[in-house]
Design a protein around this ligand. Sequence first.
Ligand SMILES: [Zn+2]
Length: 104
Amino acid sequence: MRRPAIYLVRHTLQRPPFQAEAIGRGNSLTRPELADTVWITAGTRDPGIALAHELAHVLMNSGEHSDEPDNLMRGETSGANTRLSVKQCTQLRENARGNGLLDP
Ligand SMILES: [Zn+2]
């Protein structure tokens, strides 16, 4: 399967349940088969923003959140949070390329 992979699912059996989840290299040690995947449930608020947010987690290989106004990586997803900083864009490109996630 090509990575990163995005799964749009009805719900999750995980407890506690998530609305959307990114599984990168760092949080897939006990489930390596799920590395570099994003999971978006039907109940996710602002699903387009949430998808971009979770995909950025995977591409940056980071679970970090930002406190910057309107930043895509704020902990709380909202339609206004669409921006990435130059530093985040650089981190995203470099880590994604290094992990082979930008290969054609
Ligand atoms: Zn997040």
